[in-house]
Write a protein that binds this ligand. Structure first.
Ligand code: PMP
Ligand code: GLN
Length: 388
């Protein structure tokens, strides 16, 4: 008899909500992807790479030119010098890097501390590796303090001799929160005390608003010596469908990650890598990304101010959360479904990022809007949301 390794896992919420949006011709502010194209210059570089004959298996760890480009960017922005040869691996999106990192270091009976709400691939990855996820909920927003916050003391207290890894993601999907210096200080104390390994999922590294900057774990030597730093070109270059990401980690950790990577996918699409390597020589596209998305965030915030949704602050990512308590007492999943079906706008229930989406403690009357959309899409959605 077939025995499922993930018996309680269905289709991801992003796919479920995108399909619902399609079925009901709703405006899709759910799944996180832009409704506009990458820079045509980048697309031309892909075509050129194919014409130039870059169509066979590239190097298993990623083409050297792309790994060098990643190394220079990380050095310039975060001050950590990773050896492109032994410490940087190009992966099939951040998702593959996450799975490979977890598979590389987590074994039967190991514990992995995860901050919740979290991206939906984390818990299945841990379980497939034989590990036990220990979820620590972020402190939920209150009227006086309308932000999710990390309680690092609770994270510290969750660490046992069996803890192998702490998984985190800042700028954070779905809450948008970012790290401050004192968060990195707290993490350093934890690493100094326990020697635990870290996984820092940073695909929104270039989307941080209001003049703040992203604190990569690569900025602190003690942290980066213990961390798989993972990112993705999908969010940075408006190309989520290309599925190219990367992982930077010390040599010994990278060596283990590559053993998994070579048997999961072996390597990553060749023309995309050649194009990205060239395109990265200009830092302007990623340096300008925060400003580009801040205008979209502000447009949606202003639009929602005329509705009954209460917007929470979004300091980073291309998501923002809104409280719908003035509109309905339903749980988040039911409200999100109804918003699509009756009002023609699709969102993601924040509860879907919790281990127990239906539990009361996972429901805070919050939905997530993705604002990586054309102005016309945002405006059309706002018109509908005003009427809710
Ligand atoms: N981590 C987080 C926090 C994400 O939001 C996403 C989705 N964009 C991923 C990982 C996966 O990224 P990719 O599409 O590059 O696999
Ligand atoms: N990261 C995207 C989001 O949070 C979705 C990725 C996916 O669909 N797997 O919406």
């Amino acid at each position: 008899m077939l025995q499922s390794k993930l018996p309680d896992i269905g289709t991801t919420i992003f796919t479920v909500m995108s399909r619902l949006a399609q079925d009901h011709h709703a405006i899709n502010l759910g799944q996180g992807f832009p409704d506009f194209d990458p820079d045509p210059a980048l697309c031309r570089l892909v075509t050129q790479a194919m014409a130039d004959g870059h169509n066979q298996y590239p190097h298993m760890t990623g083409i050297p030119a792309l790994r060098r480009a990643i190394a220079s960017k990380v050095q310039a922005l975060y001050g950590r010098s990773y050896d492109f040869d032994t410490e940087i691996t190009v992966t099939s999106g951040a998702t593959e890097a996450l799975m490979a990192a977890v598979m590389a270091v987590v074994g039967q009976g190991d514990e992995v501390v995860v901050l919740e709400p979290c991206y939906d691939s984390y818990l299945p990855a841990i379980r497939l590796a034989g590990g036990t996820p220990i979820t620590i909920a972020l402190r939920a927003p209150t009227v006086e303090d309308p932000r999710f916050r990390v309680d690092w003391q609770r994270v510290r207290d969750a660490i046992t001799p069996r803890t192998r890894l702490i998984m985190m993601n800042f700028p954070h999907n779905p809450t948008g929160i970012i790290l401050q210096d004192n968060d990195l200080d707290a993490l350093e104390r934890i690493v100094r005390d326990t020697g635990v390994l870290l996984l820092s999922d940073e695909p929104y590294e270039h989307i941080v608003f209001d003049g703040q900057s992203h604190r990569s774990l690569a900025t602190r030597p003690l942290l980066s010596d213990h961390t798989f730093v993972i990112s993705s070109f999908g969010k940075t270059y408006h190309a989520t469908g290309w599925k190219v990401g990367y992982c930077c980690a010390p040599k010994a950790m990278t060596a283990e990650l590559r053993k998994i990577h070579q048997f999961m996918v072996f390597t990553v699409s060749s023309p995309m890598q050649f194009a990205l390597a060239q395109y990265m020589s200009d830092p302007q596209p990623y340096l300008g990304l925060s400003r580009f998305y801040q205008a979209k965030r502000d447009r949606l915030v202003q639009g929602l101010a005329t509705s009954r949704f209460q917007v929470l602050p979004s300091p980073g990512t291309f998501f923002l959360m809104a409280d719908y308590r003035e509109i309905s007492g339903e749980n988040e999943a039911d409200f999100s479904r109804r918003l699509t079906i009756e009002h023609g706008v699709t969102v993601i229930p924040v509860s879907a990022f919790y281990r127990e989406p239906d539990a009361p403690q996972s429901n805070h009357s919050l939905v997530r809007f993705c604002f990586a959309k054309k102005e016309s899409t945002l405006d059309a959605a706002i018109e509908k949301l005003k009427k809710v």
